[in-house]
Design a protein around this ligand. Structure first.
Ligand code: KET
Length: 413
């Protein structure tokens, strides 16, 4: 009997080997490489000058308080998560005096970081929103396509990045938004657009807002980098706040992975801003029906950290300093890399490295050049030419500049 069942074909024999994820798979390849000089500039994760992951001091302080507080327990959270976390997350992105908060027109649910917030939002839309069509910018974070398609929504794109100018294709974007079927969901990066590092100006945001509202579209903000664009939490919330200030509806997915360095804690929030408190209450009741069969309720630890940091004046102000420190180090890496390329006389205009905003540089290097850099210089980065500037340090800039120079000039390593 045993021999027969062991010899029988697996019920999964038909499965093909799936490719690694285009972003997280880079870390898998990096981890397999035994070379001591390897550098991982693939995933958007902050590293210290020593190349180490960073636990923010405010996070440590908050965790110490949580550990010492014997009144805390590990009971299940409500389906929509920790109430205090939800309230403070909404205040962080919308501003504490936001009309949506004052008028109780919004629902916030703690979800599994940015991805989980997007996914729950997508699932809610698939079930309860009439227009099952989402428009994503070209290019965008690769996972956006899968998140929305897996929820059963159709996905299309709007023009965003202009390869020629290495800036925003503002006209193209407005045209595509204007041509989208009325009521379409329009995914917007709240700030520090990934992967391009190109954000609209405040004037352009106003034009985008009008174009979206004129067509009765539903904006869905992905806010994964609040504080990482300008170093200021309020400035980086500008786009979201202008859309909320007009009284219209929108979705916001927030992540605390990057700005509090809570990547693996999976802390995020989905906010749905509606037109009245009555609608918000009904939306919340339905949101709970969406979440309960997916994962029942979210984890308690990370959200407790965030609630403490956001709710304590002392911790909050220390956070803003640490956040600014991370943003400033990234900006200084931009200058170092630019200078290093100039010093080598690397052909091309590299000013976009200085101009781009947030964690990444969208270098313009092509797939073959990236593969060359990984093979010859052990620089790990995504095939679209994106570099995580947050993973770079004074020590690794020369190697990266050498690699880019060799890739661009066709020189041998
Ligand atoms: N939105 C955007 C735009 C984004 O770049 C990420 C993560 C997320 C959402 C999701 O983050 P979460 O950890 O679920 O809160 N981006 C980096 C990591 C990844 O791909 O998962 C990255 O682009 O490298």
């Amino acid at each position: 009997m045993e021999a027969t069942s062991a010899a029988a074909a697996s019920v999964f024999d038909h499965l093909e080997q799936a490719p690694e994820d285009p972003i997280l798979g880079i870390t898998v390849a990096y981890n397999k490489d035994p070379h001591p000089g390897k550098v991982n500039l693939g995933v958007g994760a902050y590293r210290t000058e020593e190349g180490k992951p960073l636990i923010l001091n405010v996070v440590r302080r908050a965790e110490e308080r949580l550990l010492a507080d014997r009144s805390k327990n590990k009971e299940y959270l409500p389906i929509t998560g920790l109430a205090d976390f939800n309230k403070r997350s909404a205040m962080l992105i919308l501003g504490s005096d936001s009309p949506a908060i004052v008028e109780k027109r919004l629902v916030t649910a703690q979800c599994l970081s940015g991805t989980g917030s997007l996914r729950v939002g997508a699932e809610f839309l698939a079930r309860h929103y009439g227009v099952k069509l989402v428009f994503l910018p070209t290019p965008t974070w690769g996972n956006h396509f899968k998140v929305f398609m897996n929820a059963g929504l159709a996905v299309k794109t709007y023009r965003y990045y202009d390869n020629k100018t290495r800036g925003l294709d503002y006209e193209g974007m407005l045209e595509d938004i204007g041509a989208a079927p009325s009521g379409s969901v329009i995914l917007l990066h709240a700030c520090a657009h990934n992967p391009t590092g190109v954000d609209p100006t405040p004037q352009q945001w106003e034009g985008i807002r009008q174009a979206i509202r004129n067509r009765g579209h539903l904006p869905f903000f992905d806010s994964a980098y609040q504080g990482f664009a300008s170093g200021s939490l309020d400035k980086d919330a500008h786009a979201v706040r202008t859309f909320v200030a007009d009284g219209g509806e929108c979705f916001i997915a927030q992540s605390f992975a990057k700005n509090l360095g809570l990547y693996g804690e999976r802390v995020g929030a989905l906010s749905i801003v509606t037109k009245s408190s009555g609608v918000a209450t009904r939306v919340e009741s339905q949101l709970k029906l969406v979440i309960r069969p997916m994962y029942s309720n979210p984890p308690i630890h990370g959200a407790s950290i965030v609630a403490l940091v956001l709710g304590d004046g002392d911790l909050f102000s220390e956070w803003t300093v640490e956040l600014k420190g991370m943003a400033d180090r990234i900006i200084s890496m931009r200058h170092k890399l630019y200078d290093a390329l100039r010093a080598r006389g690397t052909p091309g205009d590299w000013t976009h490295i200085l101009k781009q905003i947030g964690m990444f540089s969208f270098t313009g290097l092509n797939k073959e050049q990236v593969q060359f850099m990984t093979r010859e210089y052990r620089i790990y980065m995504t095939l679209d030419g994106r570099i995580s500037m947050a993973g770079l340090s004074l020590k690794t800039v020369p190697l990266l500049a050498d690699a880019i120079h060799a890739a661009v000039t066709g020189a041998k390593a």
